[in-house]
Design a protein around this ligand. Structure first.
Ligand SMILES: [Fe+2]
Length: 262
């Protein structure tokens, strides 16, 4: 089945060459994209990857009476040999793109080694990289964010406390890992004039949105609790793609399709 192709932004640029410059500034993929990438990977590897969201520490940079946001972060070089994790460091966004936390290095907990080396992670990043909606010859790095947002009755969780924003990267992949007991949490995309151009609820695991972070803004509406539920959980994998001059230049074909997603 083809990806959703919202037409709100499809006329911003012409298609110039297949796979290098697509007209969409974002694409919403059904779960099939990631499912196909994970095909062939042992099911216990995938379930271990998914269950690792159960062991995320609270995000210390979200000030709230009840911790509702949990996360880990890792940075990788996209090399011909695949994903190579680089030494753990703080995550920094510019103040211009994140008015709440920008300009402040945030020290998130590192990924577990089992996650950082997981075949599932490699397969998912490879699938997203193959679908980047624009030129990406200079992209040589990605950031991996595991994020859980929770809510309880009377206390919503905010997936984007900074509001409508850009992440300050080139492309961003947003992959739904788990959605349980959630009411709300619409993923929303805006043009650069801050007009809403697309919204959708990610409901099925492995549904994903890949966006051109320089051409659109995004946020997600608060996570609420579905009627009759005591706890809402929304787990997301975010993959930031960018060019890092401190890392080796990208290979002509990074992330070769290995046994993880042949
Ligand atoms: Fe974001």
């Amino acid at each position: 089945m083809p990806p959703y192709a919202p037409d709100a932004l499809t006329r911003t640029q012409p298609r110039e060459s297949q796979g290098e410059l697509t007209p969409q500034a974002f694409v919403h993929h059904r779960p099939d994209l990631i499912r196909a990438a994970l095909d062939g990977i042992p099911s216990d590897t995938v379930s271990h990857f998914v269950s690792s969201w159960n062991a995320l520490p609270a995000d210390a940079y979200v000030k709230a009476e009840r911790p509702y946001r949990f996360r880990r972060y890792g940075k990788f070089h996209l090399s011909q040999d695949g994903l190579q994790q680089v030494s753990h460091g703080p995550f920094l966004q510019a103040k211009t793109v994140n008015k709440l936390s920008g300009g402040v290095p945030r020290h998130f907990a590192p990924l577990d080694d089992a996650v950082a080396t997981s075949l599932a992670l490699r397969a998912i990043v490879g699938a997203l990289h193959d679908q980047l909606p624009g030129p990406h010859q200079d992209i040589n790095a990605c950031g991996i964010h595991q994020i859980r947002v929770t809510a309880v009755p009377g206390a919503e969780g905010d997936p984007a406390p900074e509001g409508m924003h850009q992440d300050g990267h080139r492309y961003v992949g947003q992959v739904l890992i788990r959605r349980a007991g959630v009411h709300g949490a619409q993923s929303r995309i805006y043009d650069l004039d801050r007009r809403l151009v697309y919204q959708s609820q990610l409901t099925a695991p492995w549904e994903s949105i890949i966006l051109d972070d320089r051409r659109v803004l995004h946020d997600a509406s608060p996570v609420g609790v579905a009627p009759g539920t005591d706890l809402a959980v929304r787990d997301m994998l975010l993959v930031d793609f960018f060019a890092d001059p401190a890392l080796p230049a990208p290979s002509p074909r990074p992330l070769p399709k290995g046994p993880s997603h042949d």
